[in-house]
Design a protein around this ligand. Structure first.
Ligand code: SAM
Length: 399
């Protein structure tokens, strides 16, 4: 399977603007000017800031390994209970205290930990969320797979199908039909558990951004273990809910829904949104962290199927991390670009690209909903205002 996507044709150089940018490049790379800028009272703050930014970029891998080391020692949970001395931490870690101190002092520098006396450590401001949210710790551990794949970034770019991350996501091999052997259930359980533990932040974002009381029935497509529909059921007692996911995941979701006493409120539908008809009856369909896992042809087909499944006046709420979410390339973008490449399917899209895909599928009044934490998910809402003629023009096999 190839994760290749059409490449945008290069933009033509814009005469004057391009010449100006090249002149700026010459100034920025001039050693003499660099030395002057580093000394001048007017510019040295900028040189200092850029040097730090560049150093942090270079050291980023070390920073994420410090984080991983702390997670593996369960430091955040332990220090949330009480500060620990170096010797206490070293005793359970099977690491010489002098070596462990390097990890702990690095974590202090990164604000993950704080010094609370001589060779004594407590939680730092960035460590506190890690103590509270198992989902972040699970993602830190999971990212170890991505970073193994990224040890040679060009090798990953040349052959993404060789990535170990690919094995985590069995459905990325099943975009084109059902011909291939089904993956073992354990693989569905593994990624579903990870998604469930990291979904909390997206759920909060969704609940804060839209008034769900104006809907009667919500269908969550690709709903994983059902955390989102369960949260909706608890917050909105009058809402009826449906959930659809691949059969092995749907089965797990059904068990969770039953365990939470919500079986009477939530119908679980096993099926593939690429091959089966979506259940009817919802006036709102949610698509949470699903589109970015799929190539454009599959997303077109899915959005059209959602449009068909809604009544006139029904809405689609799409939530996922997006590129250039504030109109500019931003630091979370590289993570998702590479994660989705290693995963083996899909891509990070800008809000404009997703809005375009929703509009092509027939949605109107497509707009961004204001959110607090776009790093977890940005939100788009679109409405079905009319029925479209039936067509077969969105075949998933076109790409
Ligand atoms: C990245 S997970 C997101 C799960 C959940 N919405 C969340 O935010 O935690 C994508 C979900 O889409 C489901 N999925 C992928 N392909 C599917 C298909 N063809 N039909 C139905 N569900 C599918 C996966 O099983 C998985 O649960």
């Amino acid at each position: 399977m190839s994760a290749l996507q059409p490449v945008t044709p290069p933009a033509a150089a814009s005469g004057w603007g391009d010449r100006w940018a090249q002149q700026v490049d010459r100034w920025m790379t001039s050693p003499a000017l660099g030395r002057w800028a580093g000394r001048s009272v007017f510019t040295r703050w900028l040189v200092k800031r850029r040097s730090k930014q560049l150093f942090d970029l270079m050291a980023g891998f070390v920073h994420s390994q410090v984080l991983l080391g702390c997670v593996r020692l369960q430091l955040f949970e332990r220090l949330a209970e009480r500060p620990h001395s170096l010797d206490e931490i070293a005793a359970g870690a099977r690491v010489p205290a002098a070596h462990l101190q390097r990890l702990l002092d690095s974590a202090v520098a990164l604000q993950l930990l704080e010094r609370r006396g001589i060779r004594r450590y407590g939680l730092g401001p960035l460590g506190a969320p890690l103590a509270v949210h198992a989902g972040i710790r699970d993602m830190v551990e999971h990212n170890a797979t991505l970073y193994r794949d990224l040890h040679d970034p060009l090798a990953l770019l040349r052959d993404p199908d060789g990535a170990q991350m690919h094995a985590w996501w069995p459905y990325t091999d099943h975009q084109d039909g059902r011909a291939q052997a089904p993956a073992p259930t354990a693989q569905f359980e593994r990624y579903s558990a990870l998604m469930a533990s990291s979904q909390r932040f997206v759920i909060d974002e969704l609940l804060d951004s839209h008034d769900f009381s104006r809907h009667r029935t919500v269908l969550d497509v690709g709903g994983g273990l059902g955390g989102w529909v369960c949260a909706l059921a608890r917050r909105y007692p009058a809402l009826s809910l449906m959930h659809l996911d691949l059969p092995p995941v749907s089965q797990l979701a059904r068990q969770r829904v039953q365990a939470q006493g919500l079986a009477g409120r939530i119908e679980c539908h096993p099926g593939s949104f690429l091959h089966d008809t979506l259940p009817r009856g919802a006036d709102l369909i949610t698509l949470v962290r699903v589109a970015h896992d799929h190539p454009d042809a599959a997303v077109r087909r899915l959005l059209r199927a959602i449009h068909d499944a809604l009544p006139v006046g029904g809405e689609l709420l799409l939530a996922e991390p997006m590129a250039e979410v504030d109109g500019q390339p931003a630091t979370p973008d590289p993570y998702f670009h590479f994660y989705l490449l290693a995963m083996g399917s899909g891509r990070l899209r800008t809000p404009t690209e997703l809005m375009q895909l929703m509009t092509e599928a027939g949605f109107e009044q497509v707009r961004r909903l204001p959110g607090h934490q776009p790093v977890h998910a940005a939100l788009l809402l679109g409405q079905k205002t009319r029925c479209l003629p039936l067509d077969a023009g969105t075949s998933v096999n076109k790409e």
